[in-house]
Design a protein around this ligand. Sequence first.
Ligand SMILES: [Zn+2]
Length: 242
Amino acid sequence: MLIDKLWELQELQLDYRRKERLLEESDLSSLLSHKIDETEQQLAALRAQLETFKADEVKIGEKLDDLSAKVHEAGAKLGKEEMSEDKVQKLEEKMKKLTLEKEKVEDAQGKNFHDRQDVEDQSRASELLVEKLRKELESIPQTTATSRAAVKKSLPALRKEIDNRKAKLPLKAKLIFESLSEKFSGAPIARAASSTCDYCHVRLSQKTLFSLRNAESGGDAEELIRCEICGKILYAGTKDRE
Ligand SMILES: [Zn+2]
């Protein structure tokens, strides 16, 4: 019967789609692996940068302590000792210089702090990205290179088989099959099981059920019985027809 041929054709068509999808997924999975490696390298570079910032922070801190002590020392001298105007002037100049230097170092400390925060934000973002990519990768079924190659190799023959079978169909049936295939992602036929369309799960009308049971064997598109709700071609299966 025509419907049996169409059903087989749908099986082949779905098999082709599954295989195509598998190949797409394996492409995606190698893309993801690559992206993960790249992001991890970036992360390592960012972490190294962070270590440098931390070391710099310690050095800057020490320098500031040193300068503060010197300013303090000079200030104490100025307050205590009896000294010539010349010496006072010199000491004041020295203090001024030290204070300026201290301000510079404080600026450097602020800059270091902000830059470090930037890098910390960046590495947090990279960590999250790696985590997200890993989850995505885990959700993709992994295939070996060998099975991938076998699938790829089998596709042209499968395509040819599908095209040959389609070419042998009556034109009208072929057109209906193709337009419904497009509409329903390659699955234009639904099984009619327990008086229900197994695609839209709606109970079939008595008229449709009657037609399904009494379908005559032949090759006309007119005999194709469609679900009144979703419009798919109905397939009762050999067993249900007996
Ligand atoms: Zn339906």
